[in-house]
Ligand binder design. Structure first.
Ligand SMILES: [Zn+2]
Length: 268
């Protein structure tokens, strides 16, 4: 599943390609034909992300709410769109095009319905209006592990498996530590770090989390080879030596997702 930086990047891209322009909307697959017909010819007035949710605003018509889920994918491009295929749920066309396939959600919603989605999501490190306070209120009272809390979109929105593993490593926090045993200082540092790392993720469209002294160039090691791209400390590095202390990176399933951590740098 894409992490929040991907959705914020999509929002920025939509604003750039379609913002302020009348767009052609269609649903070659047919499942969003009614919504697309209402939006067709309208001007895209706003594109926003909150966690893994994308909202495309069309003035009085409302918002298209998109959640990619596990299988949703976007294909975007400049110039003329290729001939439509019947897997495209939503196609937007202006100067370029954006084709959405296989999302969990693609629905036309009203302002109050959009607000209800914001209300049930935790703060998002990439939203300028959000801060870590609301998340801290939940984390500091919880017996749940910090690793599970970081993935709970009601606690903090947009963090996925990669940022979760990496931010815990960068702050030396054992993933199994209960939320209420995380200090205020540690939480504030992790929130601030997530904001920086995820902003870099939006800019570069990939996740890089290693500090300057641990890059392949600085360490004289080969770059990581992984379809997720980017240089990381622990994510998908099970049984490899830690870049910092040399201990073997561990992995275990937690809440159906694989957790990765270094027992040397993140002691229990
Ligand atoms: Zn280590």
């Amino acid at each position: 599943m894409p992490e929040g930086h991907t959705i914020h990047r999509l929002a920025a891209d939509h604003a750039e390609w379609f913002g302020g322009r009348a767009v052609r909307a269609s649903s070659p697959q047919g499942k969003f034909s009614d919504g697309a017909a209402l939006v067709d010819g309208q001007v895209l007035s706003s594109a926003e992300a909150h966690g893994k949710h994308l909202f495309l605003g069309f003035g009085g018509v409302g918002w298209i709410h998109i959640h990619l889920g596990l299988f949703g994918k976007y294909a975007v491009g400049a110039g003329t769109a290729p001939p439509p295929t019947e897997t495209i749920r939503l196609r937007l066309v202006a100067d370029g095009y954006a084709d959405l396939r296989g999302p969990t959600t693609c629905a036309l919603i009203t302002d109050p319905e959009k607000q209800a989605i914001h209300d049930r999501l935790g703060p998002d490190p990439l939203r300028p209006v959000d801060d870590g306070e609301k998340a801290w209120a939940r984390v500091s009272r919880s017996r749940t592990t910090i690793a599970a809390l970081l993935m709970d979109q009601k606690v903090i929105a947009g963090v996925g498996n990669v940022y979760r593993a990496e931010v815990l490593f960068r702050h030396g926090v054992d993933p199994y530590r209960p939320g209420r045993d995380v200090s205020r200082r540690e939480w504030d540092a992790m929130w601030a770090d997530l904001a920086v790392l995820m902003r870099e993720g939006v800019r570069l469209n990939r996740i890089d989390t290693v500090r300057d002294e641990h890059t392949p160039e600085a360490m004289g090691r080969p770059p990581r080879v992984d379809d997720h791209g980017g240089e990381v400390y622990v994510y998908r590095r099970a049984h490899l030596p830690c870049h910092v202390c040399g201990a073997e990176i561990r992995t275990e399933a937690l809440a159906a997702r694989n957790l990765f951590w270094c027992p040397g740098c993140q002691p229990a």
